[in-house]
Design a protein around this ligand. Structure first.
Ligand code: NAP
Length: 311
């Protein structure tokens, strides 16, 4: 049952694309804020958000958006956080919590941390939920349901503020983990960042091939390629900023990936069927683990063959 009083008086969402607008819907669903203010740079984004109606106030001014807010969440591309933090800092309310949803965490501590005034709590966060869509139309309240949200509080973080942010994400539907930023960045490099890089790379390679036509690539894409194209359709600005801001962890995982790829190349060259079979058996078990954890649909082909009406 929802409490009589919302968890926060005012929540400011700095960025109202896929993640920001989904948060607004989830906040409304669970009655977590007395007032939601939304910020975007472009008037067309604000106009569209106004039409959809997921915020109480919408503005192109950062000081206005964060004024009197009890929770401020940065939900723009990671590369913009430093500048936004500098602009909002003098307007933050004492006792407010500043958080974010950025896909990298060490860089957020580095870029935002120094701007946070005394008396304001700073707790970076990353909801591990998303789609390849962007903008205010892409958001929906269920995005965070049964997904993990990782909080990376810096040393000395106020316990009550941390507990409130945890409650906030739990009531948005998420499971919450707390860890160090550096560990988050390595874990996400393998589970998200490098898989995106591989998808961008394979789709780019197919696009550059001269002997297989573009028509064939599209026609035969059900063979596996199209599952990479979903990931490779993700927002270019967001992903550019992820790679620029998680360089160390991505390069470390990529090094391992390249070594393992060479082992596979060698197995194919020397006809080592056992090596291939053993790896493919091990990887099937990972997929089963993801299904058992309720992190994907067990339906064949991700449930894609269902008709629109069943969805
Ligand atoms: P999005 O749908 O493209 O929305 C971005 C929002 O930020 C829009 O409101 C956009 O509005 C605004 N914006 C863009 N560039 C800006 C800039 N330079 N300065 C100020 N505002 C700017 O992006 P998203 O998918 O919601 O991603 C937002 C954040 O969530 C990113 O930090 C990303 O790493 C993180 N994240 C994404 C996912 C995912 O799967 N997409 C998952 C977890 C976390 P205007 O263009 O009008 O300014």
């Amino acid at each position: 049952m929802a409490d009589a009083k919302p968890l926060f008086g005012k929540v400011a969402l700095i960025g109202i694309g896929l993640i920001g607008s989904s948060m607004a819907h989830a906040i409304r669903r669970a009655d977590l804020a007395g007032h939601i203010s939304g910020y975007a740079r472009r008037p067309e984004t604000l106009a569209r958000a106004r039409e959809i109606g997921f915020a109480d106030t919408l503005t192109g001014s950062i000081p206005e958006a964060v004024k009197d807010a009890d929770l401020v969440v940065l939900a723009t591309p990671v590369g913009s956080f430093g500048e936004i933090a500098a602009e909002m800092a003098p307007h933050l309310k004492t006792g407010a919590i500043v958080s974010d949803v950025g896909s990298v965490k060490s860089a957020v501590l580095r870029d935002v941390g120094p701007h946070i005034p005394d008396g304001v709590h700073f707790i970076p966060a990353h909801p591990i939920a998303g789609t390849e869509q962007s903008g205010p139309d892409a958001g929906f309240a269920e995005l965070f349901d049964n997904r993990w949200c990782v909080l990376t509080p810096p040393p000395g973080t106020d316990k009550d503020a941390l507990a409130r942010l945890r409650t906030f994400w739990e009531r948005c539907g998420s499971n919450v983990d707390v860890m160090e930023a550096k560990h988050h960045d390595l874990a996400l490099a393998i589970t998200s960042h490098v898989p995106h890089l591989i998808a961008y790379n394979i789709v780019g390679t197919a696009d550059d091939l001269e002997t297989v036509t573009e028509g064939e690539v599209i026609k035969y894409s059900a063979g596996g390629f199209r599952d990479f194209t979903r990931i490779a359709a993700s927002d270019p600005t967001m992903w550019r900023d992820v790679f620029l801001n998680n360089r160390e962890a991505v390069l470390e995982v990529l090094g391992r990936f390249s070594e393992d790829l060479s082992v596979l190349q060698r197995a194919i060259r020397w006809g080592d069927g056992d090596a291939l079979f053993n790896l493919f058996t091990r990887t099937r078990a990972i997929r089963r683990g993801i299904l058992d954890a309720g992190q994907d649909s067990a339906e064949p082909n991700f449930g894609r063959n269902r008709t629109k009406k069943d969805q």
